[in-house]
Design a protein around this ligand. Sequence first.
Ligand SMILES: NC(=O)c1ccc[n+]([C@@H]2O[C@H](COP(=O)([O-])OP(=O)(O)OC[C@H]3O[C@@H](n4cnc5c(N)ncnc54)[C@H](OP(=O)(O)O)[C@@H]3O)[C@@H](O)[C@H]2O)c1
Length: 262
Amino acid sequence: MTETPTVLITGASSGIGAAYAERFARRGHDLVLVARNKARLEALSARLHEETGVTVDILQADVTNSDELAVVETRLRDDHRIGILVNNAGASLGGTFADQAANDVAQLIALNATAVARLASAVAPRFIKAGSGAIVNVSSVVGLAPEFGMSVYGATKAFVTFLSQGLSLELGPKGIYVQAVLPAATRTELWELVGIDVNTLPAVMEVGELVDAALAGFDRREGVTIPPLHDPAQWEAYHAARQTMIPGFAQVRAAERYRTAQ
Ligand SMILES: NC(=O)c1ccc[n+]([C@@H]2O[C@H](COP(=O)([O-])OP(=O)(O)OC[C@H]3O[C@@H](n4cnc5c(N)ncnc54)[C@H](OP(=O)(O)O)[C@@H]3O)[C@@H](O)[C@H]2O)c1
């Protein structure tokens, strides 16, 4: 793998993905930018090449379309220059669960969960062989908070965080770094796309601040980076509380409270 690996970023045509593209270009990484909007990708590619001199390829793909996703998977499998995958493409869904059409729910899961796992799966064997590589998965604090009332979106993000933590345990010893990034509300088009005026939210982070913080976590090789969480002890306490349960899961008998009269 080259010293400055190429970075493949999904959802690079706007918002967080476009900011990642800009930051990695400024760090001297060549890029492969993936999204559906070709005109936007071309404009970003031309600007970043002009400003930084790096090579920026674009791959127009809808990652919920299995044929188009396969093209991205093939690129990840075959292009040995790619050493960092940023799994960022994602969307939310407006309304309550009862209002959401089943097809829209399935589409969201295909985008936010299935594509993330498939792209990680495509690149992992090559990274294992190389003994290096990084996978960054853009998740969300919503995946920690069913209270926010965004059940399907939050469930996809809980999946992304869990997948990242599991892959970190599996692939970390093989030299691969896996990071989950959990933004809270960030000023991007995601909100407008689900009919919410971002300016009505109580606190919104600017996208540059979010990505710079995520990259600070990346540089420290953090497994889970939560840019808006000011007190890291809260995450550590949450993690520790979960871990205390694990040794108790292996049991022959059900817990006393579930044993009905037999
Ligand atoms: N903004 C927030 O408050 C916030 C908070 C937590 C987490 N996040 C996460 O951050 C990530 C980036 O979102 P964002 O906030 O930057 O929103 P955004 O500006 O709407 O960007 C989403 C990106 O995903 C791409 N995308 C959407 N559907 C796609 C598809 N089917 N195939 C390929 N690309 C697709 C979009 O490009 P095209 O339309 O050109 O395909 C766009 O580049 C998402 O995973 C989101 O869940 C955002």
